[in-house]
Design a protein around this ligand. Structure first.
Ligand SMILES: C=CC1=C(C)c2cc3[nH]c(cc4nc(cc5[nH]c(cc1n2)c(C)c5CCC(=O)O)C(CCC(=O)O)=C4C)c(C)c3C=C
Ligand code: FES
Ligand SMILES: [Fe+2]
Length: 442
């Protein structure tokens, strides 16, 4: 981002003209819009000739100014004395620095919602210790840690700034990061919310597609914290539990795919295979009735519709851990298979995670891209959503719609789909969590 002066850039004539022109166009991230409800058309299509999404959207002085206008909110300091509406960004997190890797892995292997192990409290620390050197080496290779916290904070603060304008009735809004395995953990977010005197909170999963091993685990933890009073008393909770086919999210992903496709010669571009890659799930979880595989497939379908099926595609699965059976085909095997079938051009598309992390920066960029190149394939990866203004606008749109419909009594605290447990679920906490949130956290 460009440097800001007192939260606002020095105004130039060019900027003023841009502002004047802007009165007749769609608002950009952080810009005020009071005349109409948020709609799909506000997720602008990118210019296929421009090099990246930011410039296509006009990463202009006006955008910098509009972001600057929200500077106080960026630092998450609600300006009024009214307690903020909390938007709790749920995600797994990652070690921000290499030495945090062990604690991250220990928390991860201790989570029986993710990996149920016999004698978990004894075996989990042992596995975490054994796995730490290899994973530390991967975080070192991607620059010394996971960027998930940096991106989640960026996305959350910018989303909250937009929300103040899109839904002033519940302003001020403040985003809180609640990671499941890395700092800031859910209890840290709870402490901050309690200190801020929060009375209304939205649990907003940052996994677009629902899995009981990801969003479900985060909600179980939030339920434990909420029930214990750690977040404060008398909070009214609601949940945004999935949004894998939201038009703004689909648009943001599609724009990044289009940008990657531009890197291929026009004459052969349409032959490029789009390989959507999502974190795999153990077959035991799939067969329990977990909705993730179906929901990731729905995202892919929506993206391909938005791209007017311009290219052949497959959905493949990466990052399986351990010896048990996982959802396939594995990304690595799919690349080898496509090479064998004579495919020469490939775009790898991360589809189940919204910011860069070890799977994109290490597994896709360092392992699979290298592997594909060695097999004679020209390969590019679609960028992760990271700081995409189209994506941040989508986050704000999802939340504003949720708050609006909830206030109007059109929806309850949880989605209809969230009420249904997996047919094979034997986890009592899932039942307690779902009914606690369905009562608005009471
Ligand atoms: C949608 C995303 C993810 C699903 C679904 C998911 C399921 C899942 N994961 C494991 C085990 C591990 N995952 C690990 C890292 C990791 N997982 C995801 C996302 C999903 N996991 C991400 C984004 C990351 C990396 C975080 C980062 O900062 O980069 C790890 C640790 C790394 C390693 O040891 O390989 C494990 C272990 C299971 C068992 C599972 C489904 C049950
Ligand atoms: S495992 Fe899916 S609801 Fe419990
Ligand atoms: Fe994982």
């Amino acid at each position: 981002m460009e440097p800001l002066v007192n939260g606002r850039k020095n105004g130039s004539k060019e900027e003023e003209e841009e502002e004047e022109r802007g009165k007749s166009r769609q608002p950009r991230v952080g810009e005020r819009r009071t005349d109409a409800p948020v709609s799909v058309s506000k997720f602008p299509r990118r210019d296929p000739n421009s090099p990246n999404v930011m410039s296509a959207l006009g990463k202009t002085n006006a955008l910098s100014r509009s972001l600057a206008r929200s500077y106080a909110t960026l630092h998450n300091t609600p300006s009024s004395s009214k307690s903020p509406t909390a938007i709790v960004m749920l995600n797994m997190g990652g070690p921000s620095t290499v030495p945090e890797t062990h604690d991250f892995l220990k928390n991860l292997f201790m989570d029986s919602d993710l990996i149920p192990l016999p004698f978990q409290s004894i075996i989990a620390p042992f596995i975490a210790r054994r796995r730490t050197p290899q994973i530390e080496q991967q975080y070192t290779a991607i620059g010394g840690g996971s960027p998930i916290l940096r991106y989640t904070e960026y996305q959350g603060t910018h989303m909250a700034a937009l929300l103040d304008e899109l839904h002033p009735e519940t302003a001020p809004h403040k985003s809180y990061v609640a990671f499941r395995y890395a700092k800031p953990l859910t209890d840290e977010a709870a402490r901050q919310m309690k200190a801020d005197g929060v009375k209304r909170a939205v649990a907003f999963t940052q996994y677009p597609q629902y899995s009981c091993s990801t969003t479900g685990s985060s909600l179980n933890e939030l339920y434990r914290q909420g029930r214990s009073g750690a977040v404060g008393e008398g909070i009214e909770w609601s949940v945004i539990d999935r949004w894998g086919t939201h038009p703004g999210f689909v648009e943001a992903v599609s724009q990044n795919i289009e940008a990657a496709l531009q890197k291929f010669p026009e004459s052969t571009r349409s032959e490029t295979v789009l390989l959507f890659s999502a974190h795999s799930l153990p077959m035991s979880v799939v067969n329990r009735g977990d909705p993730y595989v179906l929901e990731v497939s729905s995202t892919v379908n929506a993206v391909m519709n938005r791209l007017k099926n311009s290219n052949p595609f497959r959905l493949v699965w990466q990052s399986q851990v351990g010896p048990s059976a996982w959802m396939g085909p594995q990304t690595s095997d799919a690349i080898k298979g496509l090479a064998r079938l004579g495919k020469k051009q490939l775009v790898l598309v991360p589809i189940a995670f919204t910011s860069d992390h070890i799977e994109t920066l290490y597994e896709l960029d360092l392992e699979y891209v290298k592997e594909a190149k060695e097999l004679g394939i020209d390969v590019h990866r679609a960028e992760s959503l990271n700081e995409s203004p189209v994506f941040i606008r989508a986050l704000a749109d999802i939340t504003a719609n949720h708050l609006r419909e909830y206030s109007a009594g059109k929806i309850g605290p949880t989605s209809v789909q969230m009420g249904l447990r997996c047919p094979g679920c034997t986890n009592a906490v899932c039942a307690q969590q779902k009914s606690w949130f369905a009562r608005g956290g009471r």
